[in-house]
Design a protein around this ligand. Structure first.
Ligand code: ZN
Ligand code: ZN
Length: 347
């Protein structure tokens, strides 16, 4: 029988060490699904949230939103998963399900009530808690069965890093003959390279150093361009159909990167720096009809599609595994930029 509490690595406040702590699960209702967490990825969002980088965090906060585990209990409205299934959940755990976006299958951009997997509140006021934990409980509409061909540890990081990069590349119609630049070969970027390649495009890593050249090649890149190399960057001007930016410093050099795009090219922003973007030259958007867009995770429909596409094309994360009990060290490794390319916690 399940209890109404769980244990997780709680962040008690900004700049405070994580504590293993007992906390309440959300109230169980007819729409609820509960799981014993086996794996949880560490996402950059977890760090921003623990640090109150995107605004004040509602502490104590248990982060983690690439969660996979074994389903242990379902409410009576739940039809998509059953007890004993291997299941996963990503960054979103709820939405109003009534607004135009929700009804149109874009629940990830719900206009009224986006419930984050952590640092958010359920409609009854209960706090949402993430997967640096032994158990998770949430709404069935945002829970997915893990494909039979995929292990739990492989599946977990698709639920945020995977879909965050799959969704916009798919939406921007990446196809054979295209040339896609990936800024930042990291947790998101290493998925972006694999997706674009599987969609048939040529892929080039745009990296601030040469350190990841071999990895980029192994992931599917034709080349790595070191972005501080002025000559190399100049030779690439006007050659890309798409650039996806997974890593933007606060002083991001817009003219440098927008100049890489062909006419009617797409610049897709999935990085979320803690300060506003500035210095975007409108002329460079206008003269070549460049589309500058953002993208937020993916809707349940897109997550399902992505899982099938990944299984079909053998897209897989590169993982560094840590025991859940070593979570503070794993978080520090993420802060230190040591992930190659996604750190995953294992219970
Ligand atoms: Zn994330
Ligand atoms: Zn909605």
């Amino acid at each position: 029988m399940s209890t109404d509490t769980f244990h997780g690595w709680a962040c008690p406040g900004k700049d405070q060490p994580l504590e293993w702590k007992e906390l309440p699960l959300k109230a169980f209702d007819d729409d609820s699904v509960e799981m014993n967490v086996t794996h949880c990825g560490i996402c950059g969002s977890d760090i921003h949230t623990m640090d109150s980088g995107w605004g004040p965090t509602d502490y104590p906060c248990v982060v983690g939103h690439e969660i996979v585990g074994l389903c242990t209990r379902v409410g009576k409205n739940v039809t998509n998963v059953k007890v004993g299934d291997r299941i996963g959940v990503g960054a979103q755990s709820g939405a109003c399900l009534e607004c135009d976006n929700c009804k149109g299958g874009d629940e990830n951009i719900c206009e009224r009530k986006m419930i984050g997997t952590y640092n958010s509140r359920w409609p009854n006021g209960d706090k949402s808690f993430g997967g640096y934990a032994d158990k998770w409980r949430g709404h069935y509409r945002f829970v997915f069965k893990v494909p039979d061909a995929m292990s739990n540890e492989v599946a977990a990081t698709f639920f945020c890093a995977g879909v965050t990069t799959y969704a916009p590349l798919k939406r921007a119609n990446v196809k054979p003959g295209d040339k896609v630049g990936v800024i930042g070969i990291g947790g998101l970027g290493h998925f972006a390279v694999q997706w674009a390649k599987a969609m048939g495009a040529k892929v080039v890593a745009l990296s601030h150093s040469d350190r990841k050249r071999d990895d980029a090649k192994a992931l599917g890149c034709e080349d790595t361009i070191v972005t501080s190399d002025k000559e190399a960057m100049k030779a690439q001007q006007g050659t890309f159909t798409h650039i996806i930016c997974t890593n933007a410093a606060n002083n991001f050099d817009w003219p440098l990167f927008l100049g890489l795009l062909k006419a009617n090219g797409h610049f897709i922003m999935v990085a979320l720096p803690e300060t506003p973007l500035n210095g975007i030259p409108a002329g460079m958007l206008i003269m070549r009809q460049v589309t500058l867009s953002g993208s937020l995770i993916g809707s349940p429909r897109v997550i399902q599609e992505m899982l099938e596409f990944a299984a079909e094309h053998n897209v897989k994360p590169w993982l560094n595994k840590y025991s859940m009990k070593d979570c503070p060290e794993a978080v520090q490794a993420m802060r230190d930029g040591k992930a190659r390319y996604r750190i995953i916690l294992e219970n």
